[in-house]
Ligand binder design. Structure first.
Ligand SMILES: [Zn+2]
Length: 122
């Protein structure tokens, strides 16, 4: 279970930064292609944080959409209209549509993020 190890790493990092203070919230950046299931992450975090200074802390998300760039002209190709789709489907839609310049060779330049960006202490 991927989320369990991510939750463990998040908890360790948050505790290190909080230096003994009680942690009330963690802000996490989650990319559309990260494969992270937030429900599982929350479940794992809740389990692991029991009895620690982060018990009961809430998780806040900053979702990062898929980012695609055209190989021909270097333009960013918008994928926001497919943001409701799973990341890999958004990639397929973008590849099918291509860049405004007519080129269909796009590369993925973002959306793999998983990062603890901020913690809030009491
Ligand atoms: Zn282009």
């Amino acid at each position: 279970m991927h989320e369990m190890s991510l939750a463990q790493a998040m908890l360790a990092l948050a505790q290190q930064h909080a230096a003994g203070q009680r942690i009330v919230a963690l802000r996490v950046r989650v990319g559309a292609l990260s494969g992270v299931v937030t429900d599982s992450l929350e479940f794992s975090f809740e389990l692991l944080s029991q009895g620690t200074s982060a018990a009961g802390a809430r998780l806040e998300y900053e979702f990062v959409p898929v980012q695609m760039t055209c190989r021909a002209c270097g333009a960013d190709v918008p994928t926001d209209k497919w943001c409701e789709l799973p990341g890999n489907e958004a990639v397929l839609m973008a590849l099918e549509k291509g860049c405004a310049c007519g080129c269909k060779e796009l590369k993925i330049t973002g959306g793999y993020d998983f990062q603890l960006v901020e913690i809030e202490v009491a």
